[in-house]
Ligand binder design. Structure first.
Ligand code: NAD
Ligand code: UDP
Length: 316
């Protein structure tokens, strides 16, 4: 049994990770300040004696004796990370410093939830780990993108200077149950709108692309990256599903799967919204023997079921 710390443990991805780690027989401590996370996501874990939930902000130091850290604390939806941009930078940068300092002190292995946003609005397509990216350092997305880039810098330098065992996962757009209904990201927005027969809000002309990964695939990639890589491997690894869709295609698929009467409406494209995104997962396939297994339709159906239940509970 390992003792594992998950920062952002009450969030969308964090809640799935805590659940999986506990099911595998580990002891889990979840840290969260509940900015975008919710106790509802982990309510079924609260009675488990091997699970501990601590209200804590990662911009402040934290100490515990643990074997591994998954550092997920950070708002991930553009509307939430732009709400308090300075706090977003602090969460990424000071959070990374505090967690890396802890990992160094107690000799824990640490995994960083980085992002495809480090590639910005990419000119290289699909994106390989060796691509340095195209980020506007002054734009409205930069608090998140640059915060995550500095976090990666901190991670590799804690490896170089202090031999901390680090792992960096560059996560591409991930969706699934436990996303917040008002999260603001495209999959949850479209499903909630479709289930309520409300207008589907397409930003721009909908020809921008994303590659959507179901959360279970991400969690298995996380664990393989943490456990199945050489101690001295410190490079970033793309974890995503390479099947690329336009936002219009996503909207039409969601309407079809929900039998919705929703209409499409077109709203302005937010500043610096990346036009294309697709992971090259050659490295993950080779090094982790990992590749995503869940198709968009299967993943969307599971997510639709989740939101359908949630909305019925809310309005009944
Ligand atoms: P989320 O917003 O649901 O979860 C983030 C969690 O971190 C929330 O529970 C939130 O309350 C907590 N948090 C935020 N600031 C904190 C702070 N200062 N101290 C403690 N807790 C704090 O988002 P998510 O989709 O679950 O994302 C989890 C991680 O994965 C994030 O680091 C995000 O950047 C990364 N990521 C996610 C995606 C995706 O598509 N979901 C893509 C790339 C990267
Ligand atoms: N988007 C959209 N309608 C929405 C929410 C998002 O058309 O209601 C678009 C958004 O402009 C972007 C894509 O969907 O082009 C993915 O947005 P999301 O916020 O989910 O993630 P990110 O832009 O960070 O990849």
């Amino acid at each position: 049994m390992k003792k594992i710390l998950v920062t952002g443990g009450a969030g969308f991805i964090g809640s799935h990770l805590c659940n999986k780690l506990l099911n595998e027989g580990n002891e889990v401590i979840a840290l969260d300040n509940f900015f975008t996370g919710n106790k509802r996501n982990i309510i079924q874990l609260l009675d488990n004696p091997y699970f501990e939930l601590i209200r804590h902000d990662v911009t402040m130091p934290f100490f515990a004796e643990i074997d591994e850290i998954y550092n997920l604390a950070c708002p991930a939806s553009p509307i939430h990370y732009q709400y308090n941009a300075i706090k977003t930078v602090k969460t990424s940068v000071m959070g990374a410093i505090n967690m890396l300092g802890l990992a160094k002190r107690i000799n824990a292995k640490i995994l960083q939830a980085s992002t495809s946003e480090v590639y910005g609005d990419p000119i290289v397509h699909p994106q390989t780990e060796s691509y340095w990216g195209n980020v506007n350092p002054l734009g409205i997305r930069s608090c998140y993108d640059e915060g995550k880039r500095v976090a990666e810098t901190l991670f590799v330098n804690y490896y170089r200077q202090n031999k901390v065992r680090i792992k960096i996962a560059r996560i591409f757009n991930t969706y699934g149950p436990n996303m917040h209904p008002n999260d603001g990201r495209v999959v949850s927005n479209f499903i909630v709108q479709a289930l309520q027969n409300k207008d589907i809000t397409i930003y721009g002309d909908g020809n921008q692309t994303r590659s959507f990964q179901y959360v279970d695939d991400l969690i298995s990639g996380f664990e393989k990256l943490m456990n199945n890589t050489p101690e001295d491997f410190f490079g970033p690894v793309n974890i995503g599903n390479p099947n690329e869709f336009t936002i219009l295609e996503l909207a039409k698929t969601v309407i079809e799967l929900t039998n919705s009467k929703s209409k499409l409406i077109f709203l302005p494209l937010p500043e610096d919204d990346p036009m294309q995104r697709q992971p090259d997962i050659t490295l993950a396939k080779k090094m982790l023997q990992w590749e995503p297994k869940v198709s968009l339709k299967i993943g969307l159906n599971k997510t639709i079921e989740y939101f359908d239940t949630l909305l019925k509970e809310h309005f009944s």
